[in-house]
Design a binder for this molecule. Structure first.
Ligand code: AMP
Length: 432
């Protein structure tokens, strides 16, 4: 199937072909005709499936076909995303796919000055991409009017709820016209998401490309059992011995991300950390350096990494397993994107066996284990409770919006310099 057969107009086909896409991805094949027909959508799709083009292309086409209201340009399409990075990436897609059309778009998110955003909004835009908190700031300062929105997109709705944005979303919904087309995308479907969808969507088309909570098939997954105190050493060893040039590494806490990136730099591996306590400038720079190859390892927390679009990311490492099993699916969705093969490794210590079990229950299969020679876990080490560093990050809107709140992540258990046991022991056995 080609993009031409989906009913897209010439300007969009030109932009798509200039971007180098020749065949639509499954979500694009399913979503584009439905959105063009004006129907609501409940889309089950992770990042990496091509969903951004899946909603952006038909959205642009729909805006071209609506009557333009005279006078100042009203906002006719609103895209809400959970994070600043995702907002910036969606806005970039809107710009690229819409470059041959006379539509104007802009993006607003927190962590940067509000005034330049106001200036752009005052000039009038057809499409606004926004994070909920900053959008409400603009509402309170009268720099946006949402009363003419024809199309609403909620991107990564599950993450927006996870991050405590539900109240902000409700406030925003109250400002939108009742009559509109709504497109809701979510990688997972909790009861909360279903409740939101029931309220918001009118006879939606259900589009699901990956099995619910399933992990992408093009991703090879493996668990490397290892003692907690030796994880950093194992990571450096894997990066060096396998000569990985671009690795995304996940930690549970912001503090852990900083510490690991500092340690890797000391090992001679150029690394940067990306998390909610970094300024927007520092986050953008870290991402750009990682994309360009200047930085070899990007260490990220779940929220900071959510939705990052990094082409053909070959390796993702879970330095620590996430507390929430669904986050595992999101994390490894960063690799094996749009048809490329990827590898997702999890460094798992004895404390994390329960988290691993939860993940395996969610994805409905066991992840194969592989003990690396020289890094065999010490059988005398007993499990201790895992600290819940992530709680602070997703509870309140404040914690994700206000960079100056300081690092409140729970303190890490220090490296325990326990005696090393050279005997081989497969942790997989202990997981039964
Ligand atoms: P997304 O799921 O929207 O974040 O897209 C994931 C990646 O797939 C991005 O790097 C897109 O540029 C890329 N992509 C989207 N659509 C296609 C396509 N039809 N063919 C090849 N790559 C695509």
């Amino acid at each position: 199937m080609s993009f031409e057969s989906l009913g897209l107009r010439a300007e969009l086909l030109r932009a798509v072909s200039e971007k180098g896409y020749s065949v639509p991805t499954p979500i694009q094949r399913q979503a584009i005709p439905v959105i063009l027909a004006g129907q609501d959508i409940m889309g089950g799709a992770q990042t990496g499936t091509g969903k951004t083009a899946g909603f952006t292309l038909p959205l642009l086409q729909r805006l071209m076909s609506f009557d333009k209201t005279s006078g100042r340009r009203p906002i006719r399409a609103l895209v809400l995303t959970p994070t600043r990075e995702l907002a910036a990436q969606v806005a970039e897609s809107v710009r690229i796919y819409g470059k041959h059309l006379p539509l104007r778009s802009t993006v607003v998110f927190g962590g940067v000055s509000i005034n330049p955003q106001k200036m752009k909004l005052i000039k009038g835009v057809d499409i606004l991409v926004a994070t909920p908190g900053r959008l409400l700031d603009h509402v309170s300062q009268n720099s946006v009017n949402l009363s003419k929105v024809d199309i609403l997109v909620l991107d990564e709705a599950d993450r927006m709820l996870d991050m405590g944005f539900i109240h902000d979303i409700r406030k925003i919904l109250a400002l939108l016209p009742g009559q509109k087309q709504t497109l809701l995308f979510s990688a997972t479907f909790s009861a909360e998401i279903k409740k939101l969808a029931n309220k918001l969507l009118k006879s939606p088309a259900l589009i699901e490309v990956a099995r619910r909570n399933a992990t992408a098939e093009s991703v090879t997954q493996v668990v490397h059992p290892v003692d907690k105190s030796r994880k950093r050493e194992l990571l450096s060893y894997l990066i060096g011995s396998k000569n990985w040039q671009q690795v995304l590494v996940f930690t549970r806490t912001k503090h852990g991300a900083n510490r690991l990136s500092e340690q890797l730099n000391k090992d001679g591996i150029i690394a940067s950390a990306i998390h909610g306590n970094k300024s927007q400038g520092a986050r953008t720079r870290a991402l750009a350096d990682f994309k360009s190859g200047k930085v070899r390892v990007l260490v990220a927390t779940d929220i900071a990494a959510r939705g990052l679009d990094i082409d053909q990311l070959p390796h993702v490492v879970n330095f620590e397993l996430p507390n929430v099993a669904e986050d595992y699916v999101h994390r490894i969705g960063r690799t094996g994107r749009a048809g490329n093969d990827g590898e997702a490794m999890s460094l798992v210590c004895i404390d994390e066996l329960k988290l691993l079990k939860d993940i395996e229950r969610l994805i409905k299969h066991k992840i194969p284990g592989d003990v690396i020679d020289g890094f065999e876990p010490d059988p005398s080490i007993k499990a201790e409770p895992v600290n819940k560093g992530r709680g602070k990050q997703h509870n309140t809107r404040k914690s994700t919006r206000n960079k100056s709140t300081g690092n409140k992540a729970a303190s890490h258990r220090g490296n325990q310099n326990r005696p090393r046991n050279q005997g081989r022991r497969n942790l997989q056995g202990a997981r039964q």
